[in-house]
Design a protein around this ligand. Structure first.
Ligand code: NAD
Ligand code: MG
Length: 370
């Protein structure tokens, strides 16, 4: 019998890819699926993939589709009995799922980086036990590069594509249209993370994520527009290790789901380094990415400040996508919320959720006054 995987966020960009990987792997089985509010997509996945169980957080008014559980307790019901949880829920809503996996002692394949950004110490013991396997492509790369290194490496360098607006004249970035921001040059992803890539909020989150996953190792960022090198590790003796390939989230998703084994059925594509073209690297120009700076300030403030920054960003991105604020205002909303937030130790779930809720109120107020 294969490893039974619970896929949370199954109707999203990562979730959809994971379901195909599981179906095509002889060593994986689909235990269950769970989503937010996409009832029709979920019903389609039940027919196509036949999971043992399905649930959703926000069923439509008329009730959840037949055979789908919802309401309090449904998340745990769906996880129960799984050998691995893939958390591909978007946003702070994903923290509850990561904590449930931790409490139940189930290995966690983590795409929901927000869990580590906002979760304070709550996942520390699961991390220490080696039960959190990163799905984010940069962190999957670092995870693989650290193998075989007897001494702690000198440095981690996360690569950043620069996002959809990297070549736009700076004076046009503030009012960049939604379609432009959503047109990521290298990756096809959910809308929130695509906007976060353009603002570099995503990269700031990834720095925090790396600090949690790989404690004690300095973390930097380098801009690499081609997205072929998926991050780098400088070893203790000054050599560089990296993982390369055309951008494809299937690689890190499959790696995490099979870990510590390698997939039996490989996704070998026949790609050649000659497909990659020229690779270039340049320093991150923080002046171009004020939202990056605002999130890093929250990280330095510590405690609940990153949770406040994340909630502010979720609200601001939602407002931007709805056409209510310009792209450039996202950074101002995050900075404003972080500035007025009084950090408390992020040592329990209720405190974090309270900070999240308070930051959303503050973000809406700041946006109304804009
Ligand atoms: P997406 O928007 O495509 O999908 C989000 C999924 O979460 C959907 O299935 C949705 O129904 C579900 N969801 C939303 N709110 C929920 C709630 N309250 N409870 C339960 N489920 C809920 O997002 P995505 O691009 O697949 O990203 C998912 C996560 O993976 C994010 O944390 C993102 O940062 C991370 N990630 C994504 C990529 C990528 O390539 N898409 C790469 C690296 C990391
Ligand atoms: Mg990433």
């Amino acid at each position: 019998m294969g490893r039974r995987v619970a896929v949370l966020g199954s109707t999203g960009s990562i979730g959809v890819q994971a379901l195909e990987i599981i179906r095509n792997s002889p060593s994986l089985e689909l235990h269950s699926i769970f989503c937010g509010s996409s009832a029709d997509a979920l019903a389609g996945q039940i027919r196509r993939y036949g999971p043992g169980m399905a649930g959703m957080a926000h069923p439509p008014r008329g009730g959840a589709p037949e055979g789908v559980c919802s309401g309090p307790g449904s998340l745990r019901k769906v996880i129960e009995g799984a050998d691995m949880v893939l958390n591909a829920i978007v946003g702070s809503a994903g923290l509850e799922a990561s904590l449930a996996a931790r409490e139940m002692g189930i290995p966690l394949a983590l795409a929901n980086k927000e869990s580590l950004v906002i979760g304070g110490e709550l996942l520390d013991d699961h991390l220490e036990k080696g039960l959190v396997i990163p799905v984010d492509s940069e962190h999957s790369t670092v995870f693989r590069c650290l193998a075989g290194e007897a001494r702690p490496p000198a440095k981690i360098l996360l690569t950043a594509s620069g996002g959809a607006l990297r070549d736009m004249p700076p004076e046009e970035v503030y009012r960049a249209p939604v379609e432009r921001v959503l047109a990521h040059p290298n990756w096809e992803m959910g809308s929130r993370i695509t906007v976060d890539s353009a603002s570099m909020v995503n990269k700031a989150f990834e720095v925090i994520e790396a600090r949690k996953l790989f404690p004690g190792i300095p973390v930097g960022v380098v801009v690499h527009p081609e997205s072929i090198v998926h991050s780098l590790v400088e070893t203790a003796d000054g050599a560089w290790k990296a993982l390369m390939g055309l951008p494809d989230m299937g690689v890190p998703i499959s790696f995490a789901l099979h870990w510590p084994d390698l997939p039996l059925a490989g996704a070998v594509t026949g790609e050649s380094p000659t497909d990659w073209g020229t690779l270039s690297f340049r320093e991150l120009d923080e002046g171009r990415y004020p939202a990056f700076t605002a999130v890093m300030a929250a990280f330095r403030a510590g405690g609940t400040a990153p949770a406040a920054a994340n909630a502010a960003d979720e609200e601001a991105v939602g407002a931007f996508l709805a056409g209510r604020i310009p792209f450039g205002a996202i950074a101002a909303v995050i900075a404003g919320v972080v500035r007025e937030h009084r950090p408390r130790p992020a040592s329990d779930y209720e405190t974090i959720i309270e900070a999240d809720a308070g930051a959303r109120v503050a973000a809406r107020r700041i946006m109304e006054a804009m």
